[in-house]
Design a protein around this ligand. Structure first.
Ligand code: FAD
Length: 369
């Protein structure tokens, strides 16, 4: 029996769980995947790795600024680049100057840091939620085939759904009569997909010393972003490129059964945009992996930083789709969801040890094991 069950170990879920645990509540996090971080994701490859979700960390507001500062102090992240290029019409142009940070071992280092000291059950997909006669939530879990399910049900006094809104809808639909406004708000959120190609090249194919850029974006083509992953960890001998598609490209190819050729198409687009002469090797990778993000980016958020209800029992919804569409809103939403959950629990006479403090204080309470 937990005070709070947090569904989802992305940025919003981890911040929310840390804050509630810091406030003295008994918290469990349930995550359907093997890894932590959700869309903050690193793909392990032979002798190297690539960040195939969040590209890098940057100061987008007070929450991400505090996180950057803390992770930098702790040596978890380092400065990657402050120049982003624009790729268009066969040329690259410098377009933005703004510091961007990455982790030496992949961007999921952020999630590992934020997970410090939390009880997290991985490989446990929450399939259904239901109130019990004891005024608690019962969560039905489906274990991934590699995970050992200790129990098929988790019981908690309150619930935080820190997952993309479209994935929350089926869990909330059985309560349409008890929480009509909340459900309508969750249903109003729209997400756009993204397809990511992770291309690895043989060292002799690519002269890294000739590449003068680290990342480039485009707002007018099928390619949204291309990053030279190798430049995040120059000691890696194997050149790796990550190319991320526009939402329109992903919409057209999301259900494709031949993802490899979709990835090839993306690399060819990148080559045309950046100049065939400049990067003749780009569309001839040694290895190509393709990842489909069905819920990649928030296209239509809600204005509030979280949604909550007391009916039938305390429940809060959180994620980057609350109050924004990027990492900053995921962090702020996770924090706000924790504060709101504490209020709902206190109204029921359930108190933690109640430690107040700022987001910075919470980060300072964490340190790498
Ligand atoms: C390709 C790509 C590039 C990006 N680049 C940037 C960038 O450069 N800058 C930026 O600010 N943002 C970027 N973003 C967006 C950023 O990654 C997200 O805003 C942020 O990570 C969202 O965090 P979250 O916690 O709200 O959701 P998520 O990261 O989606 O976390 C939700 C978690 O819930 C889990 N889950 C879902 N359903 C269940 C269930 N039923 N049971 C158990 N677990 C469940 C999921 O597995 C996941 O781990 C990018 C996103 C993508 C896809």
């Amino acid at each position: 029996m937990f005070d709070v069950a947090v569904v989802g170990a992305g940025m919003a879920g981890l911040i929310c769980a840390q804050r509630l645990q810091h406030r003295g509540y008994q918290v469990v996090v349930l995550e359907k995947s093997r890894g932590l971080g959700g869309r903050v994701a690193t793909r392990r490859l032979q002798d190297t790795w690539a960040d195939h979700g969040l590209r890098c960390l940057e100061d987008q507001g007070i929450f991400s600024q505090a996180l950057v500062q803390k992770l930098f102090e702790q040596g978890v992240i380092h400065l990657w680049t402050d120049i982003i290029h624009t790729a268009d019409g066969g040329k690259l142009q410098e377009s933005e100057r703004h510091p961007r940070y990455v982790a030496a071992d992949g961007i999921t280092a952020i999630a590992k840091f934020l997970a410090t000291g939390l009880e997290i059950c991985r490989g446990q997909r929450v399939q259904a939620i239901a109130p019990t006669s004891a005024q608690t939530w019962a969560l039905t879990l489906e274990a991934a085939d590699w995970a050992t399910a200790l129990t098929e049900t988790t019981i908690a006094k309150s619930l935080v759904l820190a997952i993309p809104a479209p994935q929350a809808v089926p869990l909330l639909e059985p309560f349409a009569n008890q929480m009509p406004d909340l459900l309508a708000a969750v249903r109003s959120v729209e997400f756009a997909p993204c397809i990511t190609a992770i291309a690895t090249y043989a060292p002799q194919q690519v002269k890294l010393a000739d590449i003068s850029w680290k990342a480039a974006g485009s707002e007018t083509s099928d390619l949204a972003w291309i990053g030279l992953e190798t430049s995040k960890h120059p000691e890696s001998a194997k050149p790796v490129i990550v190319a991320q598609s526009s939402a329109q490209f992903a919409d057209r190819h999301l259900e494709s059964t031949d993802l490899k050729s979709v990835g090839q198409q993306l690399l060819k687009t990148a080559q045309d945009l950046m100049g065939q002469d400049l990067l003749p090797w780009l569309s001839h990778p040694e290895d190509l992996q393709v990842h489909r993000w069905r819920y990649g980016f928030v296209a239509q958020p809600i204005a509030d930083f979280c949604l909550s209800t007391k009916q039938p029992l305390p429940l809060v919804c959180s994620g980057d789709w609350c109050g924004g569409n990027q990492l900053e809103s995921a962090l702020q939403s996770g924090w706000t969801a924790a504060e709101q959950t504490a209020i709902l629990l206190q109204e029921k006479g359930i108190f933690g040890g109640d430690r107040s403090g700022s987001f910075g204080d919470l980060l300072n309470s964490l340190s790498l094991v």
